[in-house]
Design a binder for this molecule. Structure first.
Ligand SMILES: C[S@@+](CC[C@H](N)C(=O)[O-])C[C@H]1O[C@@H](n2cnc3c(N)ncnc32)[C@H](O)[C@@H]1O
Length: 362
């Protein structure tokens, strides 16, 4: 048992079992042993799209600049990135915007929202040479102003904690993390979930015993907040992540260490723990909060529509010796058998705003 497992076990002994959501949060952000606070998890446990190819961040930067232009270049825009990881996406995005739309950078405020102090340090270092003034905050709530909001978030929502509910012959029960002897173990809460009628979709009645339903109140609440800001102040939000776009039951919680799936309850904090994003729930939350919603569409369609193919060709022309590497990396982003189909894009804009870039296909 590692130090974090012992800490969680002592907590459960004194307070009782914890939800899967609480467990995820401790694994990620325990101040001493969390994967995002104490471990260089990105690039070691898993790799994200901006770390695969510089063209990913460039495309997202151009998406921001084009959206702003199409909306009539509103004054005082704010560009916010949620969960910037190693700062690679923002670094590539700012370089692309500086080349294609310096007029955006001349008036924009740049804000990074990062909960991990150690990753903030990594980001500051990565971005120290950019000419843009950048602010850091730990929470989206701390960034609120009355400016138009342009927000990007890649592989951010999959980190937000999910609750899991399991169907049994006695109804739906919340999945908890408890103790069996000294070891952490999954166990259902002893009483049925009191609010399952409100939490679970109508098809819960026909789900088979053993079915699992996941819900992320944190992701839904944040999406509503972002959507409310955009509906009122204008701008656009782009969420890219892996996840599903139809209603379903299934256990998607996963822990990855050094690129391989590992047991969720073994060595907490020493792997990256996440769950697939329920894009339908986020789209519904955004629409309910007053935003116009585009997608989800696949990463493959979205990036192709933004012109990643053409960008790749230009990059290869200027770096012919790296041609093979560049082509392989871009293929990894867009190939449906790799990241192209599992990863999706969801966009929010204000009602009546022009159709955002990335949805011109088909
Ligand atoms: C999977 S990494 C993705 C990093 C980056 N976007 C990329 O694509 O490489 C998740 C990032 O979100 C941050 N994060 C996770 N939960 C957060 C929260 N609740 N508030 C702020 N940042 C969070 C992590 O610390 C990390 O920087």
């Amino acid at each position: 048992m590692n130090a974090l497992a012992t800490k969680i076990a002592r907590w459960i002994e004194s307070q009782g079992p914890i939800s899967v959501a609480q467990y995820m949060n401790l694994c990620q952000f325990d101040s001493e042993s969390g994967s995002y606070t104490a471990r260089q998890t990105i690039g070691r446990d898993f790799i994200t799209s901006p770390e695969v190819s510089q063209t990913f961040g460039e495309m997202l930067g151009l998406w921001v600049a084009q959206t702003w232009h199409d909306q009539g270049r509103p004054a005082n825009p704010r560009l916010i990135e949620m969960g910037p990881g190693r700062g690679t996406l923002m670094s590539d995005a700012l370089r692309a915007i500086a080349a294609a739309a310096p007029e955006f950078l001349a008036v924009a405020e740049i804000v990074l929202v990062e909960a991990s102090p150690s990753l903030m340090t990594v980001q500051r270092d990565k971005l120290k040479l950019t000419s843009a003034d950048i602010e850091w905050h730990e929470r989206f709530d701390d960034t609120l102003t009355d400016r138009p909001l342009y927000l990007i978030a890649n592989e951010f929502f999959d980190c937000l904690p999910v609750h899991q509910y399991v169907k049994t012959e006695r109804g739906w029960f919340e999945q908890m993390v408890g103790l069996k002897g000294d070891a952490l173990t999954f166990a259902l809460y002893p009483d049925p979930a009191p609010n399952s009628d409100m939490l679970l979709p109508p098809s819960r009645g026909t789900a088979p015993n053993g079915a699992v339903y996941e819900i992320s109140p944190a992701a839904i609440a944040l999406t509503e907040e972002i959507a409310r800001v955009i509906a009122k102040q204008g701008g656009g939000a782009l969420f890219m992540d892996y996840g599903y776009d139809s209603l379903g039951f299934g256990d998607t919680l996963q822990a990855i260490a050094n690129g391989k799936a590992v047991e969720l309850l073994n060595d907490p904090g020493e792997s990256d723990i996440s769950a697939h994003v329920d894009f339908l729930a986020l789209a519904r939350a955004a629409a309910d909060a007053g935003a116009a919603v585009y997608g989800p569409t696949t990463q493959c369609n979205f990036l192709a529509d933004l012109g990643i193919g053409e960008r790749g060709e230009r990059l290869i022309k200027s770096n012919p010796t790296d041609a093979r590497e560049i082509a392989i990396a871009i293929d990894r982003l867009v190939n449906p058998a790799e990241m192209g189909a599992l990863f999706k894009a969801l966009v929010l804009v204000a009602q009546g705003a022009p159709k955002p870039p990335g949805f011109g296909f088909g």
